[in-house]
Write a protein that binds this ligand. Structure first.
Ligand SMILES: [Zn+2]
Length: 47
């Protein structure tokens, strides 16, 4: 019995290659939660 075969494929993180929470059909760059958080920190610290 397969349980996850019917799930929508998820996009890979453009930075680390980990699976993201976004569907593969998401347009633009997709980031995993970790990279999203790091990007947020970087943005917050800039300047
Ligand atoms: Zn990532």
């Amino acid at each position: 019995m397969t349980t996850t075969e019917d799930r929508e494929p998820l996009a890979d993180c453009v930075l680390c290659g980990e699976q993201t929470e976004y569907p593969a059909t998401t347009k633009g760059a997709t980031l995993c939660p970790v990279c999203e958080w790091q990007e947020a920190q970087r943005t917050a610290c800039s300047g």
